[in-house]
Design a binder for this molecule. Structure first.
Ligand SMILES: C[S@@+](CC[C@H](N)C(=O)[O-])C[C@H]1O[C@@H](n2cnc3c(N)ncnc32)[C@H](O)[C@@H]1O
Length: 155
């Protein structure tokens, strides 16, 4: 199992968070939830999407971004931010086994300070004129690439 983690920045759609928590449970990844979220964790739509997988996910709640950032620095973990404003295609990025893959709020992404403070920012390239991909879909794509890389034998 890898030590990669998924972090969600102030998520506001419970069904998306439930879907990501299910993904994390199935892949054996821990999840960091950066509060405040736009819903309570007992939300029925979160439970519907996460189903019984929620019972086996390792979820850590951080009271705000500063608390999350202090903790991850103490663990010497990088933030790899998924952003529609990034320049680096996610398939061309290099992922480390203890990276935290950070995904933004559905309504607004992340603030500039979080964007600029990330160690690496990655983009899923889209065709011209499209705005963004669903956050849970984005997580599946980027987590998949990161896992593929960190499981490769060292060169
Ligand atoms: C619905 S999007 C946020 C849209 C928001 N209006 C913005 O511009 O950031 C939610 C999150 O999904 C991820 N995401 C969506 N599309 C993406 C893309 N094409 N490349 C990288 N990340 C993406 C990002 O983490 C983003 O913050």
């Amino acid at each position: 199992m890898t030590d990669l983690r998924i972090a969600l920045y102030q998520p506001d759609i419970p069904g998306n968070t439930g879907t990501i928590l299910r993904l994390a449970a199935c892949l054996g990844l821990k999840v960091d939830l950066i509060e405040p979220a736009g819903f309570v964790l007992s939300d029925k739509n979160l439970k519907r999407a996460g189903m019984d997988y929620l019972a086996s996910v390792a979820l850590v709640r951080h009271v705000n971004f500063q608390a999350f950032d202090d903790w991850r620095r103490s663990e010497n973990r990088r933030i790899v931010l998924a952003s529609t404003n990034a320049a680096l295609p996610y398939t061309e990025a290099c992922y480390r086994p203890n990276d935290i893959l950070l995904f933004g709020r559905e309504s607004a992404g992340v603030p500039d300070s979080v964007h600029d403070g990330a160690d690496q920012r990655v983009l899923i390239e889209m065709v011209d004129g499209q705005r963004s991909i669903n956050v849970a879909m984005s997580a599946a794509m980027i987590v998949g690439e990161a896992i593929r890389q960190v499981r490769l034998p060292s060169p």
